[in-house]
Ligand binder design. Sequence first.
Ligand code: ZN
Length: 456
Amino acid sequence: MWLDDQVMRLAARGCRIMRQLRLHIVVPMALLGAGSVAVLASGPPPASGTVVLRAARMFDGTSERLREDAVIVVRGGKIVSVGGNPEIPAGADIVDLGDATLLPGFIDAHAHLTLEPDSDYYRKAYNELMRTQSEQAFYAAVNARKTLEGGFTTVRHVGARYFIDVGLRNAIDAGLTPGPHMLTAGNAITARGGSCDQAPFPPERVPPKTVVDGVCSGPGECREAVRSQIKWGASVIKLCVSGGVLSHDPVDVPQLTAEEMKAAIEEAHNWGRKVAAHAHGDTAARMAVEAGVDSIEHGSFLSEETLSLMKKKGVFLVPTITALDWVSSNAGNYPPNIAEKARVAGAASGAMFRSALRLGVPIALGTDITVRPNDHGKNAMEFVLMVRHGMRPAAALLAGTREAARLLGLERDIGTLETGKTADIVAVAGNPIADIGATGHPVLVMQAGRLVTKRP
Ligand SMILES: [Zn+2]
């Protein structure tokens, strides 16, 4: 542990310099040991000055309990005291929120800010083909602002073409445009024809993706694909190991070999990046868990054996109910081959989620927003849906705060309201444990001590 502390302290000092250089530093996981934290010097600039937040209650994310009479003092972008009777410095801004609850800023572990939802499958595909990435970046900036205003102060962005996610993150970190703190994956890594490859457009019309675009074959190329994402700005790696629902491949087929998964995961971990695996099918998910992945995204068809193995190894489930619920109940919007997959995966995922709860698998909130029309900024729907599918409200709140921070490797900085942490804070009206829907209408959003929104 001593070595860990030394490394963290050195990394923190390096971070301050690297932040000025607009670079990102990551401590290799091998140095930190299993389950340790990758330190990322990104995030929007912190606010100066002192702000005191008061509210009737607080969910600080350290347990499932609510505390009464919440007082949080924020200075220089950090939380300097929580609860008790703090000394209020002269000149501090005092914000009294009355009958509200203070919570840690929400975290979405499965976001796609760079894509546009559309209820019409064909119009969505057409827009994706016709817009340049620079045009799409303007949409992405609006989506980022909506997400932040929706109370989500951090997202893990799991896949974008042409590093548009990295560009967005850098613009947010430079204070050019408002948005959540982002972990970025660059291109998702996938097999040729796999769920994260593009649709089978005739190759003479749309050029096939390359290794830099994330398509790989064999362990060597998959390593190279990981290195390419890291070279151009990935702070997390997304691996697509099984078929997808909204793609043209069979949903439950394993698409990367065990050797390809191992090579990609080992390479990512060597560079201090965690790995998120898109997997609906059980066989592929099981292979990914055995190969050392850090989270399974979606997980529609996970068996109890695979879920138990995830629990044993501390692998997170990111259930993305927001997306799966919508595609299965609106399957008629899709071409027939996709519609059928949507119905089957949606139906399976509810039972899988209840099994995961029963078995105690670690769960982090993730929405896969960009699937449901007009959904950017409505990420808190996932809290409501997790509760509707059987999760305790307080456990759902932890999944979108402390647990998601653990999955992202940022638990020393965000995810709970504790002294020394970054002041990412949300307030919702009333009591969110009694009414989980309150998470969808934050009355205050603070990011790194800066007031983003405050509703009367
Ligand atoms: Zn996704």
